[in-house]
Design a protein around this ligand. Structure first.
Ligand SMILES: *Cc1c(COP(=O)(O)O)cnc(C)c1O
Length: 240
């Protein structure tokens, strides 16, 4: 399904702003099909591995919400830029090691990848130390794939409760469905876990499946390839 979607990467000759216009049209249409306000869905531009000129083009096109999957790469890229961008929102979408929790809390506005109890303690300590309190999403491994980060669906409620008890600002859930499965069941599962925990934010949907994700309630979609074109494979790294 993902590979045949009309949302897959357009030719790189197309400009970012043209791709963005097409993406926004598809996002709005997907929201309207299910009676949702298109304004309730935010596009996160996944800028991992993109060269500086691609970032500047995205900023010039008006994008302000960016997803990065490595703390150090994000620090190098955004620490200076963000000084002149008061409305920038940086979202960590890759796995977080406990020993990087303080750096992550210091830089990111949202951490989408809380996936274990140990990280709850590290993030709470980092909040105390830095005085910052980023919004947090719990990442759920809806496909229970051994190689992928995320809490198992059956353990999600307990992790959410522990994070809340520790003073983390938990606002929603994030998932990356298995690449080789129909994503709809995974999106629906994530939406159910969020609903029963009273969480309003759902980060789900990537370049190949964001319209389906919006139809199932996504409030953030994370788009790399559809927006920037193919990533340079020599710079690529695992997003498991
Ligand atoms: C890379 C990445 C994306 C973007 O993937 P595309 O298919 O290029 O849109 C989204 N979410 C996460 C967690 C990623 O690592």
């Amino acid at each position: 399904m993902a590979a045949s979607s009309p949302a897959s990467a357009p030719p790189s000759s197309q400009s970012l702003s043209a791709r963005l216009a097409g993406i926004r049209m598809r996002m709005d249409a997907a929201a309207r099909t299910v009676g949702r306000d298109p304004g309730s869905v935010t596009l996160t531009a996944v800028s991992k591995t993109q060269p500086p000129d691609a970032i500047d083009t995205a900023l010039a096109a008006g994008l302000r919400v960016f997803g990065e999957n490595r703390v150090q790469e994000a620090q190098a890229r955004w620490t200076d830029r963000r000084l002149s961008l008061p409305d920038l929102e940086l979202r960590l979408i890759g796995p977080l090691q406990s020993n990087k929790a303080e750096d992550a809390v210091a830089l990111f506005d949202v951490i989408e990848t809380l996936d274990r109890e140990k990280l709850v303690g590290a993030l709470a300590a980092a909040q105390d130390k830095t005085g910052r309190r980023p919004r947090v999403l719990v990442q759920v491994n809806t496909g229970e794939e051994p190689q992928k980060a995320g809490v198992a669906p059956r353990d999600a409620d307990a992790l959410i409760a522990a994070a809340r008890a520790a003073g983390l600002n938990v606002e929603g859930l994030m998932a990356i469905p298995p690449a080789d499965e129909e994503p709809i069941l995974h999106f629906a599962l994530l939406a159910r876990i969020a609903a029963r925990n009273g969480l309003p934010v759902l980060s789900m949907g990537m370049s190949g499946d964001y319209e389906a994700a919006i139809r199932l309630g996504a409030t953030y979609v994370r788009l790399g390839t559809a927006l920037f074109g193919e990533r340079n494979p020599s710079l690529a790294f695992s997003n498991a």
